[in-house]
Design a protein. Structure first.
Length: 67
């Protein structure tokens, strides 16, 4: 699980990128607190072959990435 809440872009994308490059997990959860981070992480994950499901959690979002 990556907790990128409170971080502005591009940090949520960079953290997601490092996790994917490190182990290419079949699934990964990313917590973010801004709509722009949802869009940017989703775009990056999809470019790497992941499907993304965004789940609102109060004012935050949990992004579930899966292959």
């Amino acid at each position: 699980m990556i907790d990128a809440r409170g971080l502005s872009c591009p940090m949520p994308v960079v953290m997601t990128q490092k996790a994917i490059q490190k182990g290419a997990p079949a699934s990964l959860e990313v917590l973010v607190d801004a709509q722009v981070a949802v869009e940017n992480v989703t775009r990056y994950a999809q470019s790497q072959g992941y499907q993304v499901k965004a789940e609102p959690q109060g004012t935050d979002f949990k992004l579930v990435l899966s292959k």
